[in-house]
Design a protein around this ligand. Structure first.
Ligand SMILES: Nc1nc2c(ncn2[C@@H]2O[C@H](COP(=O)(O)OP(=O)(O)OP(=O)(O)O)[C@@H](O)[C@H]2O)c(=O)[nH]1
Ligand SMILES: [Mg+2]
Length: 430
């Protein structure tokens, strides 16, 4: 990057927040943009922390602790055939294991006797959870239904797991599932009631050798939790929390190609949201307050915050300094490649000074759309670097940025930008 460019980058070290503090932007527009911006920030912060609170709940000895162990793939929680293994010391002191961003919340079993305490527990579990797995080991009792109702009324998604299916024949299992789906039909979607075997008993195998001699041996069996994992996944996806779950150890053990592909897709979707939100904010700010042409490129380089956010989405968090350096590299490439675009901008800017009759809104809009486009390009380039594990790869920054520039349909992005900017301005002034 040229000396000049560096200087622009430094002199224009305002971020979105500063742009939004600009008094030339109407207060109501600023408010709306600020809300968008905060939403995106909160989203990526949560992502960076990757927090999912996943609780099990259900009656004593249903296999709650066993199920959590099966999910993490190791014996984190204490399991026992005795009722009440997980103690209800204090409701605040639940045995809580943390596995790479997934907080697994083990809870003491609810018993049939103490109704009031049961409700309190159900409520507290729900409060702390993003998702509750209600563990059953047979038909559901009235008190279990009530506890489940409390959780769903707290608007927490519930998946019911019918555990210990190794103890049932396939027919029994099917009957039980049908009965459960019927009894819980106003609380849990049928597809969210799944069979599992968290800790199936070893299978007794009898072998007979050629002499007719029988030997008995035990064959250990793996937990059957695939269907449950799939549902957890779906529910978190619907809740917009897939990525946090994907990042977490819960699924890390079995990072199949399919999982990897979904991860890429989920990240791209979130990154696109972040990109669009920043581009729009920038576009609106510039449309309302057109900056001198020479500053426009630098103004695009302001988006350190955007790069910081993107780095979180890709699980490779970068600070402002590192993001700033990456931006300088990208801007250097864009400055060289985008002569034509800035030429267009020059024209619109020239129009503004020459033709007095031309409304500011028109030129402002043209500049705003360009600022949107520039921010979008910067973001996509930063994204490419992040996708590649913080590297430009063998292509280097020049070819990478050029490939992005070539792959994007400038006309339609600019049209989009104009649409979005004007509708944002309209909705704010209503
Ligand atoms: N056959 C069979 N037994 C299981 C299965 N899952 C758990 N168990 C057994 O059920 C018993 C209770 O398991 P836990 O995981 O301690 O149950 P819990 O719900 O945490 O119990 P509390 O903490 O006492 O409320 C243990 O003996 C487990 O080995 C399963 O899939 N099949
Ligand atoms: Mg337990």
């Amino acid at each position: 990057m040229t000396e000049d460019g560096q200087e622009h980058l430094l002199s224009a070290s305002r971020n979105l927040r500063d742009l939004l503090a600009d008094s030339s932007i109407p207060a109501d527009v600023r408010e709306e943009l600020e809300a968008d911006y905060q939403q995106v920030e909160a989203m990526t912060e949560k992502l960076a922390r990757g927090e999912i609170h996943l609780a099990v709940f259900g009656k004593v000895s249903a296999g709650k602790s066993s199920l959590l162990n099966a999910l993490v793939g190791k014996a984190v929680f204490s399991v026992s055939p005795l009722h009440g293994e997980t103690r209800q010391a204090q409701t605040a002191r639940w045995d809580e294991g943390q596995a790479g961003g997934v907080h697994l919340i083990d809870t003491p079993g609810i018993n049939e006797l103490d109704g009031e305490q049961r409700e309190k527990l159900a409520f507290e579990v729900a409060e702390r959870s993003d998702l509750v797995i209600f563990v059953l080991d047979g038909d559901i009792s009235e008190s279990e239904v009530n506890a489940m109702r409390i959780v769903t009324e707290a608007h927490r998604p519930v998946i019911a797991a019918l555990n210990k299916t190794d103890r049932y024949t396939p027919e029994e299992q099917a009957q039980l599932l049908t009965a459960l789906r019927e009894r819980c039909r106003d609380l849990v979607k049928p597809e969210n009631i799944v069979p599992v075997a968290a800790s199936p008993r070893p299978q007794l195998v009898v072998t007979v050798d050629e002499n007719g001699l029988e030997t008995e041996s035990q064959r250990l069996r793996e937990p059957q939790i695939q269907q449950l994992k799939e549902r957890i996944w779906r529910v978190l996806e619907a809740e917009g929390k897939t990525l946090a779950a994907l990042n977490a150890a819960l699924f890390a053990g079995k990072l199949t190609d399919q999982v990897a592909a979904r991860m890429v897709k989920a990240r791209r979707q979130i990154a696109e949201k972040v990109l669009r939100s920043y581009s729009l904010t920038k576009g609106v700010a510039v449309a309302l307050n057109p900056v001198p042409v020479a500053d426009l490129l630098a103004a695009a380089a302001l988006d350190v915050a955007l790069v910081v956010q993107l780095s979180r989405v890709y699980g490779l968090p970068m600070g402002r300094h590192e993001s700033g350096k990456l931006l300088a590299t990208i801007m250097g490439q864009l400055a060289a490649l985008m002569g034509a675009v800035w030429g267009v901008n020059l024209v619109s800017s020239a129009l503004k000074t020459v033709s007095v009759g031309l409304s500011v809104a028109v030129t402002g809009m043209a500049q705003g759309a360009l600022a949107y486009y520039a921010t979008y390009l910067v973001g996509r380039s930063a994204e490419a670097y992040l996708v590649n594990g913080k590297s430009w790869g063998s292509n280097g920054p020049k070819q990478t940025v050029r490939a992005i520039l070539d792959s994007l349909d400038r006309t339609s992005i600019l049209a989009d930008a104009r649409d979005q900017i004007s509708s944002r301005l309209k909705s704010a002034s209503r």
